[in-house]
Design a protein around this ligand. Structure first.
Ligand code: ZN
Length: 199
């Protein structure tokens, strides 16, 4: 398998990723450095892979009458910078220069509102089945490129910045794959964060 190659361009989009612009974003607060990567899983319906409903959710075109689970998604406006599909294919929805809406109420090392200063990467998956080798290969290449271009200090998971509320990327995710991928000096934080400081 040819290793995936990603190249961030000056506009915050990525060569090697399929560009799927979403309207679900806004500007980061002025002067904010992008210092964190937040990893997630998603599948729609849950446990069903390789459909187009995640794409539809992030681009605001999901038909919420299609599945009982989707009733709670009516009117929900969310996005992520990237989605890594089961095949390893990467799609990008929001420029990393802009603020995507993936983390919600969240805190990292005492700092709340993680969307302001993070890049969100969703892996197509669940908490019940292992992720694919092709997904880890794409994730590693993407993380290296993000760390090369942006002042990334740490990588963490949604479950750690929103403990009790979120459970992704969950028990099937191999954090050692992230530790091997990121450059020395970039921390991989896998302990639940609390609101005790800085809020
Ligand atoms: Zn999440």
């Amino acid at each position: 398998m040819t290793p995936p190659v990603f190249r961030l361009t000056a506009d915050g989009w990525t060569e090697g990723a399929e560009k799927r612009p979403s309207a679900h974003f806004n500007e980061r607060p002025e002067g904010t450095l992008v210092s964190l990567v937040v990893l997630h899983f998603i599948s729609l319906p849950p446990g069903v892979f390789s459909g187009e409903d995640v794409d539809a959710l992030f681009t605001g075109t999901l038909d919420c009458s299609r599945h009982p689970f989707y009733r709670d998604l009516e009117g929900v406006r969310v996005s992520s910078h990237y989605v890594i599909r089961r095949t390893g294919q990467v799609r990008q929805y929001v420029s990393v220069g802009d603020r995507a809406w993936h983390a919600g109420v969240s805190v990292f090392e005492g700092r709340s509102g993680c969307n302001d200063f993070s890049v969100g990467i969703e892996l197509e998956g669940t908490g019940e089945v292992p992720f694919e080798a092709a997904q880890y290969a794409s994730l590693a290449a993407l993380l290296r490129e993000l760390c090369r271009v942006l002042p990334i200090e740490a990588v963490t998971g949604h479950e750690f910045i929103a403990p009790g509320r979120k459970s992704d990327p969950g028990p099937c995710f191999d954090w050692d794959a992230v530790r091997r991928a990121v450059p020395a000096g970039v921390r991989v934080v896998t302990v639940p964060q609390t609101e005790t400081a800085g809020v």
